[in-house]
Design a protein around this ligand. Structure first.
Ligand code: NZQ
Ligand code: ZN
Length: 388
């Protein structure tokens, strides 16, 4: 275990089929004015909206609705949310939805009272918050991002074709999150499996870094094994509570800073995926699945020992009589077969990417340095071409 770190996570979780009732315990801690933030309307169709409104009213709250948070929330929408929050002096932003809604709520929470342009301050200059932060609570309806228990807030600027995540500190984490696995049953299969792969990618981005013996890697391997097991069941039986509840719990732990401790972390699949997202507005998890196999095959030799370990410990590859490279390749083939089995997007063409778009996507990709190979723009172009 390398590195010096401090660890604490301030988000209180309420988990399970009965978890929404705990909103009654949380609401009295905040003032009267609640901004109710949600997406394009799924919560009205599946009845979650009515349940939340009833609890807000029973607690005597003034409700200021902020609907229409789109998948991959934009900077324009952020400005709109800031206006609503400021004008109504909201005391709590209650995000009811998936990662986009939760991320957006956090972005509004730090931006509403920001005197500069939040896009420039937080996303281009990556500065810390220096103003009042509005508390955020989450009722999660889509599993994958881990936004329910972290400081991440990803915002897209369609004009400059940039999709950037700012990972804020503990003061921006949701104060509480309500996780009811049953709420995820109504997700269309495409969104459900995109979320499954997002979880896998978060785990791999942290796992594929470092040469030390690190407890985080052992925890990650356990989470990956549980994820693979439960997602295989969930694609066959979407209403299998055991599988869906395990997946919801794994997603939270995959990106709530626990398995990041002591790790330099890679994150290049996300950087390439986010650049693809900025150019196509494609579903986040699918931008990751479309580039992952090409990326991992490209860097495998630079992190061979870890890729071998991944094959053996996660995919049960028998290493006897095989070279490290053969074992590692077999692991990646098992991962590829699994991805096809759960039905995620395996190439960029399916997401609307054309050869002509590749230079622009390369330009939008931020380069990180924590993984096994530090990429140059040319490498990213090659990986994108191999993902077509
Ligand atoms: O908008 P509505 O109508 O609610 O529909 C949503 C949306 O169309 C739908 N949905 C959500 N829950 C549903 C449902 N439909 C039926 N039943 C339900 N129970 O699903 C669609 C996708 O929702 P979205 O919130 O966009 O998905 P996700 O949770 O994958 O969030 C994606 C965003 O999170 C960012 C991504 O970049 C992207 O912008 N990320 C945030 C991270 C973080 N905070 O740490 C890390 C991730 O790597 C990721 O980058
Ligand atoms: Zn992700």
């Amino acid at each position: 275990m390398l590195g010096n770190f401090s660890y604490s996570n301030p988000t209180k979780l309420y988990f399970g089929e009965d978890s929404l009732k705990y909103l009654n315990e949380e609401l009295p801690k905040y003032g009267k004015n609640i901004m109710l933030t949600y997406g394009g309307g799924s919560i009205k169709k599946n009845g979650i909206y009515d349940q939340v409104i009833e609890i807000l009213k029973a607690n005597g709250k003034n409700i200021f609705e902020d609907p229409g948070v789109m998948p991959n929330p934009t900077v324009q929408k952020l400005y709109e949310g800031c206006r609503i929050a400021r004008e109504n002096q909201v005391d709590l932003i209650l995000a009811v939805g998936g990662g986009s809604t939760a991320d957006y709520a956090k972005a509004v929470s730090v931006s509403a009272y920001c005197e500069e342009d939040p896009w420039e301050k937080y996303y281009l200059r990556m500065e810390d918050v220096a103003n009042q932060i509005i508390p955020v609570g989450v009722v999660l309806t889509m599993v994958g991002t881990g936004s329910e228990m972290n400081g991440g807030a990803v915002i897209t600027n369609p004009e400059s074709k940039l999709k950037i995540g700012h990972v804020f500190g503990e003061n921006v984490f949701p104060k509480f999150s309500i996780l009811n696995p049953v709420y995820t049953y109504t997700l269309p299969k495409y969104q459900m499996t995109a979320g499954f792969f997002d979880i896998m990618s978060h785990l791999l981005e942290q796992y594929f870094s470092g040469e030390d013996d690190n407890t985080s890697d052992y925890i990650t391997e356990g989470l990956l094994r549980s994820l693979i097991h439960s997602t295989r069941i969930a694609v066959q039986e979407p209403e299998n509570y055991e599988a869906r509840s395990n997946i919801m719990w794994i997603a939270t732990w995959a990106l709530n800073t626990l398995v990041a401790q002591g790790k330099t972390m890679d994150w290049m699949v996300h950087m390439i995926g986010q650049a693809v997202g900025a150019h196509t507005d494609a579903t986040h998890g699918m931008t990751l699945s479309a580039v992952s196999m090409a990326y991992y095959r490209y860097i495998m030799k630079d992190g061979l020992a870890k890729f071998r370990r991944y094959a053996v410990n996660v995919w049960n590859v028998n290493p006897d009589g095989k070279t490290a490279e053969e074992t590692a390749e077999e692991g990646l083939r098992a991962m590829e077969d699994y991805m096809k089995e759960i039905g995620v997007v395996m190439n960029l063409t399916e997401l609307g990417v054309t050869e002509e778009m590749i230079p622009g996507i390369v330009k939008s990709t931020l380069i990180m340095t924590g993984g096994y190979k530090v990429l140059e723009a040319e490498d990213i172009g090659t990986i994108l071409k191999q993902s077509m």
